[in-house]
Design a protein around this ligand. Sequence first.
Ligand SMILES: [Zn+2]
Length: 341
Amino acid sequence: MFQRSKNRLGKRVCKKLYLRCHHNQRKKEITNLSLKTTHRLQNLKNNNCPAQISITILAPHQRHRGYLVEVILQHNHNHTINVADALRFRPISDQTKSKHYDLFKRGHSPSSAHLEYETNLMYQQNTQLLADRNVNPKISDIYNLFNKWRKNNLGVRTGKELFADLEARINKYNETNKDLGGKASVQRFNNSDGKHDHPLILAICTPLMSRVHKHIQQAGELVFIDSSSSFDDYNNPMFVISTSSAAGGLPLGVVVTSEESTSIINSAMTHLKYLFPTYSFYRKGSPGNIITDDSQAERSGLKKTWPSASLYLCVFHFLQTMWRWLLHSSNEIETTPVLEE
Ligand SMILES: [Zn+2]
């Protein structure tokens, strides 16, 4: 129920600890509000509760042996304390924070960390723990913890600092993986003049991708390229180049850009080409055949980068486009099933 305040020290005082009820802040003035809003505000944390404990340790004096301790206890809360509602305002403990930081470190998102953590709490079969914010924070608290953790561990999410941090990480990555064939590069996004002369280009070839180029024969014969987005707040598309093998699909390279135009795709793929090892595409230097989505910009960009490659449409995307066209209302195709008489 209590939380710490600042220590107050004086000449004679060695240590002073002041603990107060977390409902002690002044209640908001409620005037001319609807009944619903009034009820909501009455249930808020701030209740002007007078409950507190003050512990003072005085410095040893000649007349006394050892320390003198003064404890003042005022335990008259002005609200109910044995209910879940009182527990939901407790501050989150350091131990709870650290458990959540561990979950984020293991790759959990705020919601999956919340689910994992709460499920473990349920196994303890103490329902009071679930209502206690000190042990079980709300999902909004977990999002705040996640944002704090991400800023400290992964850097900021926008602006010049982001690119400076990204470049530092890429330099470190290139230094660590240079003997294994792993390489990455980034081109900073710069839209200050209103033109898209400097789009974002992040190209990555990992040590595994290098090995696929070297050892997998299909890498020189047939590759697949597709883009996905919605991975970040800016919706930057990510292109993955992969090939097939007896073990399934294997990656050959990854590019993230800020746009999907022909020139930018060509520029992004050229960045990636420079990262590839000398034995790229099973020592052929270019893929023989490329299977893509039905995107004219993507296909033109790829043709510019690898002119000798033959481009084919992916059957999955072909059927998807066909069904979209058939079901689109502007094409006026009758969708009601027709039964033969
Ligand atoms: Zn209180």
